[in-house]
Ligand binder design. Structure first.
Ligand code: NI
Length: 247
């Protein structure tokens, strides 16, 4: 083995040029051959070169992937005004009727995803939405405000009917099966995730959701117009909506 000290274990036939020396050149160095350090040095250099090559290859690949991600982000940004947000959905309204995106065609839609047990974010967002509608006066008739639940287990049509009535008489609450809700959320690129209570003794029904808190404005054909981030005041939303609804 290359690690063995050649002086302690000399090869029996080690004359340079002999078959033994040639044969052992790639395994054990001959006693009087160039020192192991030389071979080790070359091996090390080879390893470094190969390693560097692999690193360059790997990082190049990585950079290429990053580039692709970047391109996708650019594409997503470019198409922000096209129907890549929103689309078809089939859900159940507060009266237990099956509805789709077509049900509200002809009106602008303000769409908000959340859940009725939300302690803070949804009530805030829905209050702003309601205040916006009130601020718009008759113009608000052109808008159908919609609250889509991501918590169909607790948000029955009855539950939604009561909840939405706290905010605005025209606010419609929609729910559905887990699959229907997931499909609608996916179409609107809404993120939501169930979060179990940290209290070990808590009721299994005592859970919350992390969720996107974005208000989407869709035009009468169901095409995405723009979104309003959480925290947008009713005043600012109403101002923008007046520009869009009453050009
Ligand atoms: Ni919420």
């Amino acid at each position: 083995m290359a690690e063995n000290d050649p002086e302690k274990k000399p090869e029996p036939k080690s004359e340079p040029g002999s078959k033994a020396a040639e044969k052992s050149a790639d395994s054990a160095p001959p006693a009087k051959a160039p020192p192991t350090k030389g071979i080790r040095g070359w091996l090390l250099l080879l390893a470094v070169v190969v390693g560097a090559g692999l690193l360059i290859f790997a990082s190049g690949k990585h950079l290429k992937n990053l580039g692709q991600v970047g391109e996708k982000l650019v594409e997503a940004t470019k198409s922000a005004g096209s129907p890549t947000i929103g689309g078809r959905f089939t859900l159940t309204d507060m009266n237990g009727q099956t509805v789709t995106d077509k049900t509200y065609a002809g009106k602008y839609m303000l769409v908000y995803f959340g859940y009725t047990y939300c302690p803070d974010v949804c009530p805030t967002g829905l209050t702003e939405m309601s205040n916006t509608l009130d601020a718009l006066g008759e113009l608000a008739d052109k808008i159908q405000p919609i609250f889509i639940s991501v918590d169909p287990d607790r948000d029955t049509p009855e539950q939604l009917k009561e909840y939405t009535s706290y905010f605005h008489p025209r606010l419609i609450g929609l729910t559905g099966t887990h699959e229907q809700v997931a499909a609608a959320a996916k179409a609107y690129r809404v993120y939501y995730a169930k979060v179990a209570s940290k209290d070990a003794d808590a009721d299994p029904d005592d859970y919350t959701f992390d969720h996107s808190a974005v208000t989407y404005l869709m035009d009468p054909k169901g095409v995405f117009v723009q979104h309003f981030s959480h925290g947008t005041s009713a005043e600012n939303m109403a101002k923008r909506l007046r520009e869009i609804l009453n050009p």
